[in-house]
Design a protein around this ligand. Sequence first.
Ligand SMILES: CSC[C@H]1O[C@H](OP(=O)(O)O)[C@H](O)[C@@H]1O
Length: 367
Amino acid sequence: MKVDGRHFRSIWLEGDGWTVGAIDQRRLPHEFVVARITTAEDATEAIRSMLVRGAPLIGATAAFGMALAMRTDASDAALDRAYALLLAARPTAINLKWALDEMARLLRPLLASERVAAAYRRAVEIANEDVALNQGIGRHGLALIEQIAAGKKPGEVVNVLTHCNAGWLATVDWGTATAPIYLAHDRGVKVHVWVDETRPRNQGASLTAWELGHHGVPHTVIPDNTGGHLMQHRMVDLAIVGTDRVAANGDVCNKIGTYLKALAAHDNGVPFYVALPSPTIDFSIDDGLRQIPIEQRSADEVATMSGRTADGRVETVRVVPDGSPVANYAFDVTPARLVTGLITERGLLRPDRAALASAFPERSAGH
Ligand SMILES: CSC[C@H]1O[C@H](OP(=O)(O)O)[C@H](O)[C@@H]1O
């Protein structure tokens, strides 16, 4: 999407044909810094440190990480080492394993001499496919927003609430939850976005607000605990969030706090949609609450905050007493019963196994 009028993706193959560029999301919104990823170890650290984050982008980064690994050493042992290294970077987003499996399935049968070119070709394909999948999600989600807009009085806006960042920064481009929003905005539909700040890493305040601002989409950043109040006062027409893994029964794993938003939406009759590309579906599990691993991240992410000082410096300060224990669960699971529908590249689906298997038979086969 656009940054100061210039088109960017979140990750790309550089002109030298082998190094990988990526926006360092840890520096946003105060600094726009491009990182160079030149090894599988770099790619692993980029995922682990959240230089890149968001399920589809994590997958694309891992695919490039495998290509970088093959460039260094295309042996079977090196392939297995790179797969294991990248897989261990973060546990929850299923797109990471999906992308690694795609790469391994392609590379294992090849001669070592064929692997580098094939790996880069597939990594670029995975990135390009993600963009196309998100555009499909955008088209299907647009219909929801247009349907709500049709019921509004002239001049009234469609108020959408979103949690965390499932924008173009969480994918290669367009985003998942934001794709319908960008399309609606670009078509002149009056849309406004309530942006949950999303503690503790503030992906909403730092990333979603930054993206929407650069695209000119009206938005308001709100503390995480505000959404229920807005829903009680009919100030939210629709909630759209992303996801890191959807179980075959329609349970949705997403950023911590999503479950609480879904409860508030259910209690107030607000449609609660989850946007996802099909690589985010895990057909191997049918109970999200019990089977999806929830990442626990460092205490520092909760105990400290970073921001820009009045004189323009970016500083980090401690906001929790020294010695106070901290728990930092990065995700939670929203049961399918609280999800109105899934917005996928193949349409709007009920959050259940039958609908998912019918829409994606090629992926559900064997599970
Ligand atoms: C389109 S996937 C976005 C998804 O990923 C985020 O997690 P993180 O920032 O920790 O990678 C969050 O759960 C988003 O909804």
